[in-house]
Design a protein around this ligand. Sequence first.
Ligand SMILES: Cc1cc2nc3c(=O)[nH]c(=O)nc-3n(C[C@H](O)[C@H](O)[C@H](O)COP(=O)(O)OP(=O)(O)OC[C@H]3O[C@@H](n4cnc5c(N)ncnc54)[C@H](O)[C@@H]3O)c2cc1C
Length: 573
Amino acid sequence: MPNYFSDNTDILYHFEKLNLKDIVNIAEDEYKQAEQFDDAPVNYEDAMENYRKVMEIVGDITGNYIAPRAAKIDEEGAVFENGKVTYAKGTQEALEMLSKAELMGMILPRRFGGLNFPTTIYMMAVELISRAEASLMNIFGLQDIAKTIDKFATEEQREFYLPGFSSGLYTGAMALTEPDAGSDLQAVKLTAYQDENGNWFLRGVKRFITNGNGDVLLVLARTEAGTKDARGLSMLSCMKDDSIIVRRIEHKLGIHGSPTCELQFNDTPAELIGTRRFGLLKYVIYLMNRARVGIGAQSLGISQQAYEEALKYAKAREQFGKPIYNFPVVANMLIDMRVTLESNRTLFYNTCTWLDRKEAYEDLIEKRKSEKLPFNDVNEKFKEAQRMTNFLTPTTKYILSEASNKMTYDSIQIHGGTGYMREFAVERLARDARITNIYEGTSQLQIVAAAGSVINDVLADYINDWEKKEYKGSLKKLKESLMEIRVLFNDALKYVKEKKDTGFQDVAAKDLVELYSYIYTGYLLLDEANDDQRRVFTAKRFILDSLARSRKNAESIKNELYSDILHADTILI
Ligand SMILES: Cc1cc2nc3c(=O)[nH]c(=O)nc-3n(C[C@H](O)[C@H](O)[C@H](O)COP(=O)(O)OP(=O)(O)OC[C@H]3O[C@@H](n4cnc5c(N)ncnc54)[C@H](O)[C@@H]3O)c2cc1C
């Protein structure tokens, strides 16, 4: 009876270490919600105990109910017939089970039937779901749509949409992409117009919309006729009806359980969410930042399973008279995988906590403003959390999604020829992983998003503090390695800045973002190793490997590796 939560010592380690005190205190209105709702916690310990119980349920459902259905869901996939989308049988069953367990409104307020959980705990659930069946996460993870409605809609709109999400009656979709507007969402053309009574309608086409057959759609649309940029775009919501035609669903490499729809809106009645013209500039940014963290969780879940499959196979498969696990080369690959998994999880839950802080402080500021109370103290904390999430969200999505591709690749390698065959789960995992560094913004766009923070050295104060800190025994030497990475980073950054060439800077940004992430994750791991002997292994391999990579990254920049881009037309024949 596997339990994906309580069997996973690394997740448990992070769960035990979580410090969500401030966040839960704000979300629970200083625990006053307990006076109103029976299931609300009376203090922080009570809240954590409740999260643990729910995570154990998620661990049980994912390990025993969802994972056994994954292969069949992949084989069957979502089906499109006579204009109608039908989920695979296993997807339907899994969604019913998750609804029955009251997990479809984890991050929604209690007054709308939700659990009012922090994002960090929700993301833990997303990780487990993704491990069990990656494409199910694409539907389960659409809770972020409900969260966006909760954040920006009117109370009337909340009352209309949110209870249906919490009960599992509604699923959602986020309709942004169009044939000519992918990475560049400013180019969105789908039109929203008003009739003489001020009612909104949508007309146009959206492409690649996950769960576009869902009940509640959040649509990015051009409300300001004659505009061509982001300032003409607004966010609208609409319910599924006959005016929305699903033209097709895509035949994809992976995530077969998740229908990817092309939608045609034929004068679909809609409602404005929030303020006009802020569709992309504010609401999509909010939604997308959460969704990016969700893809981080999906990548991590896939990586965990890829590792599990590789380890199990390596112990069972014998060649040359012994398990392949006993060959140092195979053991080395497995250790690489394990260290990637653990270091990524450390970065991931750190990112989640910062995102939670940012949102909690923002909510508190709004509350204080509405009560005409001072909020300067919270504003400082909010700004800091915002600075951190601006760097961490795209960086984490980039690192974890690329890693899930490498992890599944290595897992197939450890399986040898068997890994290439449909009968083994790792083949599916590799196909599912391939989308993670494409949707919710490609890796290239994550680098663009993170680059500003890196160039402005936003982590400088944190790194300075870490450099002053005392570490035990062998960790002292590892700290010196991290200090060396910082020197390499500073030199490379100086070189890029002095060159004053935006093209060069665009290409070098990937090396810089990676260098910066090595320093940050390295110190997080060093802190963990300072308190936990086993984690010294993880810290050591991560930091020494990062140092080697850092030298490469810095040299690529300083040796002008990329200068030949000027001659692209000559080289690319
Ligand atoms: C399975 C699936 C599900 C999806 N689900 C949804 C959904 O639910 N809702 C939704 O709205 N969208 C969804 N999408 C769309 C997805 O977000 C886009 O595919 C993605 O953002 C990339 O856009 P694109 O495909 O148009 O690629 P393009 O933007 O055409 O990019 C092509 C290549 O050019 C690179 N590139 C583009 N611009 C730059 C730049 N400025 N700098 C450097 N490189 C650049 C990209 O990195 C990429 O390598 C989904 C896509 C897929 C495949």
